[in-house]
Design a protein around this ligand. Sequence first.
Ligand code: SF4
Length: 348
Amino acid sequence: MQQTEQKKAVALISGGLDSMLAAKTIMQQGIHVEGINFFTGFCVEGHTHAIRNQDPKKPKRNNSLWVAEQLGIKLHIVDIIEEYKDVVLNPKHGYGAHLNPCLDCKIFMVSKAKQWIAENGFDFIITGEVIGQRPKSQRRETMPIISRESGADDLLLRPLCAQRLPLTQPEREGWVDREALHGFTGRSRKPQMALAEAFGFEDYAQPAGGCCFLTDEKYADKLSDLWQARGERAYELDDIMLLKVGRHLRPMPHFKIIIARDEGESRYLKGYTRMFPHMSLVSHAGPLAIVDGAPNEDDLCFAARIVARYSQGRDASEVRVKLVNKEQSQEITVKPMTVAEIEQTWHV
Ligand code: SF4
């Protein structure tokens, strides 16, 4: 293979093993590889896990940054929050099991990568896709759809399954050796694990359902509830970030309570106290809670009784709660709600 100039590829890096292996496979062929990670607001990376106190053994890290560090490549994190809304709200190819528009999402991300390589003088795009790995977005039939509808066409190379796909320009032109690519297929993770071992990667993230919260049933329920309560399918970044945090309860259609589940979440919600009515216990230890919607004074007292249930004063006959609404602060005394009463409220 003769090369006059070093070719450059951008790898879509999700933080999982597959994109890491795809990038490494191409790096081994002497290609200059840089990573790109798209920030949609729904990403699992670097948020919930960093906020909550649970899983102390799990390293608190952003896996896409960590993968780039392991590979020794530059990572470009690109904010696509605004443009991505249309993908979530109006997916041409529909949703997966929940509110995950995986096929449209892939097409969109590859199209952004195509734009990026044109602007940055790169030659082609690589992804960690494997035929048959995911039922909706990684099937044999979806591969050409992503290439075509993204506009990347044969500048999109999938190193992990390339041998089972038509030739791409990087292979045709001899920029990469097709023989040294792979022909992985199916849901088994064994070939990836073997390749990881061959590359000497011992530690890597294995995302369970997908790379974002839209694949999560509970998260999707909360997002649907938000749209229903507001009477429109729309969102801002704060809305979707808050759906990742706390216990969400909607006692009435016009307001919901978000109650921190641990200290980490209380600290996180504190950042939203200027935007929302909020409350915390005075007489006992308890969580911070914010109220989203249009609650009146009675609603806030009702909410305080619910929040009291999640405090150390849950069995007391009365607790003191500090309520802050529109910069007006007051202390009220309420009776914590009983479990039976709580169960009658609508848990989102
Ligand atoms: S899981 Fe989320 S980020 Fe990943 S392809 Fe599906 S919609 Fe896109």
